[in-house]
Ligand binder design. Structure first.
Ligand code: FAD
Ligand code: MEZ
Length: 568
């Protein structure tokens, strides 16, 4: 056969990749994470870093995926997959792969096999099971382990990271040393008020208060695990700079996820990829008994635990769920990872969990037009202006996402341009990534940029904006923060339009991350954190509050899940 496995067996037998060369023993010897097989790749080829260091201007693994298993893309017997092309359309070549083929992300959910696994009984027992390897899941697993529990984390994808590893802008926190060093005055009350106002006062104020109070602790915790959060900027809807990110303005998500992967490894937490949870199993008294996991190689098995933490993320890539809960957004593009399929909502609903604000979905105003690539809010936060196809501003660039999205959809052709200059590019290296992807129009003067993009009024708009920036008063739209002007060539523009970004609604939880049932009682042993939950963000989330949520409530879910299991 013309595949990677056949190519390798020509050099030796099946043992080139597997633990054994005997067909009958291969399946038994192979873990779902394919740990041995991945080590074999590196034994011969060297690590990914060895392979690409200094050879690529932009390293796609570093920008999103980090240190992932080789077999995430380079599968032996099945068709290899260009994970990148779930979002991009690279013409890149990969041996034996078809760059245009997309993998299906819906699982089997085979009810017969699930029932058989339950009837067979657990193959393994632990204290805490964490479902999902994004920021919430890793934070929960590490916290549960540190609280003394025996933990395992299951991740359905071949790699961990979920939406978290795509996070670009940063994590919000109040009262950090970074804010103090910059002389920024802020308070827990301001943070909470901004989140409530942004959420149109539909948020659960108790959850918001905890987020605000524990946000500085979340940043300190990430730093204690090895993260760097030294850069600060302002996000839409926030009254001061409180969005923290790695120094130099690198994207926050890959950095956090890499930090958490290492922290989990150092603490010997088993992280099993290619392992999708398809059922939460309850005891007769309705307490949690464990889960049924569908492993890529091991098939369907039950794993027992007294505590389960759902950290499965949102449903922004599940077209059916969007069409059902938010029909007006069903045809929109999405910034989300393919992993955001809403499994946690389905798993929890099936066993009687209640939902909060499940129909509230956020459109991010600036997704690259006709693409799935988010142009981070940072670009506006750091100084870009937003204009329509004639080159006229139409709203304060720092308004909340719902208002910015609505305003763009009212413009001609329902898209806008972000315009900025070289000063911004020097400050935020993520912009080089957009250039590398061919998303930017570039010119040496504003007049030339206006000409190539057709934005006839851009020169006047830029001149007016520069005047407002110099005087500190935006006379047109009251923009509160104008860190830079538009004066340093070259000048850039990128076309943007709104797309699905965040699902605010989800599983109902209390302040201890317990999942609630339809009578608002705690479901014994079931916890949830992160984008799978609802209530914290009300009807509109502010930029930077989701990563804060995954850390604050991920930790809480892990600690409480451990406590529950160890006390049982
Ligand atoms: P995720 O990170 O999505 O992780 C969930 C994991 O669970 C996934 O890996 C998934 O594969 C796994 N999973 C799902 N179902 C199962 C199952 N049945 N069995 C096993 N595993 C399962 N927020 C900010 O605050 N700041 C930002 O700068 C920011 N930028 C963003 C940029 C982009 C492009 C996107 C899409 C979002 C951004 N957000 C940002 C939002 C934020 O990233 C997410 O809300 C947050 O990371 C969600 O974290 P999570 O751990 O809850 O879920
Ligand atoms: O919180 C977010 O979703 C965020 C800051 C996104 C971004 O535009 O960078």
């Amino acid at each position: 056969k013309n595949d990677l496995a056949s190519f390798h067996t020509e050099m030796g037998d099946c043992q080139t990749c597997h633990v054994t060369g005997k067909m009958k023993d291969i399946k038994k010897s192979m873990t779902d994470s394919q740990t041995h097989e991945n080590a074999q790749c590196q034994d011969c080829h060297g690590s990914y870093a060895d392979l690409v260091n200094d050879k690529l201007e932009f390293d796609p693994h570093a920008s999103h995926l980090g240190d992932i298993n080789c077999t995430s893309c380079h599968t032996g017997h099945a068709k290899p997959e260009l994970t990148c092309n779930n979002c991009h359309n690279f013409e890149m070549e990969m041996p034996f792969a078809d760059a245009k083929e997309k993998k299906k992300w819906d699982g089997d959910w085979n009810q017969d096999k699930i029932q058989k696994a339950i009837d067979k009984g657990p193959v393994e027992t632990v204290d805490v099971i964490v479902v999902g390897g994004g920021s919430a899941g890793f934070n929960a697993a590490i916290s549960a382990k540190m609280a003394g529990a025996n933990v395992v984390l299951f991740e359905k994808a071949p790699y961990t990271g979920g939406n978290s590893m795509l996070a670009a802008g940063g994590i919000n926190a109040v009262g950090t040393p970074q804010q103090k060093a910059k002389g920024i005055e802020d308070s827990v009350d301001w943070y909470a008020e901004d989140a409530m106002k942004g959420g149109r006062y539909k948020n659960d104020p108790k959850l918001v208060q905890i987020l605000a109070e524990e946000s500085a602790g979340a940043v300190a915790w990430l730093e204690s695990l090895g993260a760097n959060m030294d850069d600060l900027k302002r996000s839409g809807g926030a009254r001061v700079e409180r969005t923290h990110r790695p120094s130099g303005g690198a994207s926050v998500g890959p950095h956090i996820i890499d930090t958490l992967r290492v922290a989990a490894k150092e603490r010997d937490i088993p992280v099993r990829v290619n392992s999708r949870i398809e059922k939460i199993v309850l005891n007769d008294d309705k307490s949690v008994a464990g889960v049924v996991v569908h492993g890529r190689h091991s098939g369907y098995n039950m794993v027992a635990a007294d505590s389960v933490v759902l950290a499965t993320g949102g449903y922004g890539m599940n077209k059916q769920m969007v069409a059902y809960y938010r029909p007006t957004m069903k045809d929109m593009t999405s910034s989300n990872n393919v992993t955001a399929t809403g499994d946690g909502v389905l798993l929890a609903k099936e066993i009687g969990a209640s939902m909060t604000d499940i129909d509230w979905v956020q459109a991010h105003p600036t997704i690259g037009k006709d693409s799935r690539i988010l142009i981070s809010e940072t670009v506006r936060g750091v100084g870009a202006i937003m204009v329509n196809t004639d080159g006229q501003r139409f709203i304060s660039e720092l308004t909340t996402r719902d208002r910015a999205s609505d305003a763009i959809l009212k413009q001609k052709d329902q898209y806008a341009w972000l315009v900025f200059d070289e000063q911004l590019v020097e400050k935020k290296k993520m912009v080089r990534g957009y250039e590398h992807l061919g998303m930017l129009s570039k010119a040496n003067t504003i007049e030339e940029l206006a000409k190539i993009t057709g934005m006839k009024d851009l020169p006047k708009t830029a001149a007016d904006y520069n005047k407002y920036q110099a005087s500190g008063k935006d006379e047109a739209f009251g923009r509160e923060d104008m860190p830079i002007n538009l004066t340093k060539a070259p000048f850039y523009a990128v076309k943007v339009a709104p797309g699905i970004h965040h699902t605010m609604g989800g599983v109902a939880v209390d302040t201890d991350a317990n999942v609630l049932n339809l009578q608002s009682w705690k479901m014994d042993g079931l916890f949830a954190a992160g984008e799978v939950t609802g209530g914290l963000h009300g009807h509109n989330r502010l930029g930077g509050n989701a990563i804060a949520e995954t850390v604050v409530f991920g930790r809480k879910a892990g600690e409480n899940a451990a406590k529950h299991a160890l006390e049982k």
